[in-house]
Design a protein around this ligand. Structure first.
Ligand code: PHE
Length: 439
């Protein structure tokens, strides 16, 4: 189960979203704030979710119900599933891009016409691809179909086992790329950007971005970990698990920074238009070009990334499916269709918002970015505040300490500080960051 938890956590969040958010927030200072968020808030909130799940033995709503939470509190559970669902809708689009890049790596098309004029650079290629109406949409739809196939075919276990093998390979691959990046011409400039804090660029928005990214990447506030932990055996050391999962997830994100920023500086990619969603897709092919066997590295990487992303989408979809089955007592087939069919509308709209619908904005954001911001920077923090307050103040007495200590059989010095963080620091700090972020 721990491997499955890592599988849900490590995904496009670390590899695609983290470098983009780090870049948008000015690098070094963001990294420090991000690490702070993971350790001070991410690990305790993860433990809160684990405790609720293992004690309540169900999904987010069901667990809270069986632990005696009233309707109001349970709505946070509902909100978490909604957040997960919104994330799933635009995440599918990026999984589609990943699979397209895998395909173009296999056919060699991605590297066939690389040249100096804009259209044949990777940036030009990516821009043209995502703003096209049909190709990215078809890739997105194919990914939704594959997800449905996995959910209905009952092959999740197989995918999980596969990913247990492939995740370490992905990890090794990232280490190789980190080493290669060391000798890029302007590597030092890249490291300086990513590692040296420049506090002058920090605003209240930096904090909310770091917090949202930490929760997104650790799959927190989505109800995913509540559900996963309901399968944890009684003797799992929750604290150790949370620390391991969080640090591994953090490590993958940091490694991505150590690859992307040296490349961005060395290949002159810090110009306009490749920030954000396209950053990784433009930068990594440049890195592969610097390596013998470009195509092989590229195929391997995008394949592993696709598997990592698939374990994440399946984990979210499964939670929503379990929740629908539980609430409405319908068959698995019906539940899968209820969850997945709406994605055939929402995800293509997200895909189109990079091209044909890019003129449609909500609060000045494209539909894709609006859903991302709403789910990541609003819903995830709100859900986490709710869960922490409920668990810290209103849940049955002793629930948290029992879960952290496995009913007294584990001695952990961290139990007290964790309880304090869940009761006081997490709700107050997240609330402050949240309010300041929107002032
Ligand atoms: N933690 C996941 C990641 O980093 C986020 C996620 C999980 C997104 C599940 C969607 C579904 O990619």
């Amino acid at each position: 189960m721990i491997a499955a938890t890592v599988g849900s956590a490590v995904g496009l969040g670390n590899i695609w979203r983290f470098p983009a958010v780090a870049q948008a927030n000015g690098g070094g200072a963001f990294l420090i704030i991000y690490i702070g968020c993971v350790i001070l808030l991410g690990i305790p909130v993860m433990l809160a979710e684990f405790s609720i799940g293992r004690a309540g033995k169900s999904d987010a709503i069901g667990s809270m119900k069986s632990l005696g939470a009233g309707k109001g509190w349970r709505s946070f559970g509902g909100l978490s599933i909604m957040a997960a669902y919104l994330i799933l809708s635009f995440y599918m689009v990026v999984v589609g891009w990943t699979v397209e890049y895998l395909w173009e790596s296999i056919t060699g098309e991605l590297y066939a016409n690389v040249g100096p004029d804009m259209k044949s650079t990777f940036a030009g290629h990516m821009k043209e691809y995502i703003s096209d109406t049909w190709t990215p949409m078809v890739a997105t739809v194919i990914m939704i179909v594959i997800n449905i196939g996995v959910l209905l075919g009952g092959v999740q276990k197989g995918i999980e086992r596969l990913s247990n093998w492939l995740m370490p390979v992905l990890f090794v691959l990232l280490v190789v790329f980190c080493i290669r990046a060391l000798s890029f011409e302007k590597a030092l400039e890249g490291y300086t950007f990513f590692l040296r804090p420049d506090w002058s660029v920090v605003t209240s928005g930096t904090f909310i971005s770091a917090l949202g990214q930490a929760f997104f990447s650790l799959s927190l506030g989505m109800g995913v970990l509540v559900t996963y932990s309901s399968y944890f055996p009684g003797d799992t050391n929750l604290t150790k698990t949370a620390v391991t999962v969080s640090l591994l997830d953090l490590l993958v994100a940091v490694m991505m920074g150590l690859i992307i920023f040296p490349a961005v500086m060395s290949f002159g990619l810090n110009g306009e238009g490749i920030e954000g969603a396209t950053l990784v897709f433009v930068t990594l092919p440049e890195v592969f070009m610097q390596m013998h066997g470009t195509q092989i590295w590229s195929i391997l990487f995008f394949l592993l990334l696709a598997v990592a992303a698939l374990t994440s989408t399946i984990s979210v979809a499964e939670v929503a499916v379990a929740c629908i089955r539980d609430r409405f007592k319908v068959s698995r087939l019906k539940a899968v269709l209820i969850v997945m069919l709406p994605l055939f509308v929402i995800s293509p709209i997200c895909s189109l918002s990079q091209g044909a619908l890019s003129g449609v904005t909500i609060f000045g954001l494209s539909i894709f970015n609006f859903l991302d911001t709403l789910a990541t920077n609003v819903l995830l923090p709100v859900v986490s505040i709710g869960l922490c307050i409920w668990l810290g103040w209103f849940a049955p007495k002793g629930l948290l300490s029992d879960q952290l200590s496995n009913a007294g059989s584990l001695k952990t010095r961290l139990a007290l500080p964790i309880r304090f963080i869940i009761r006081w620091i997490a709700p107050l700090l997240i609330l402050t960051v949240f309010i300041c972020g929107f002032l």
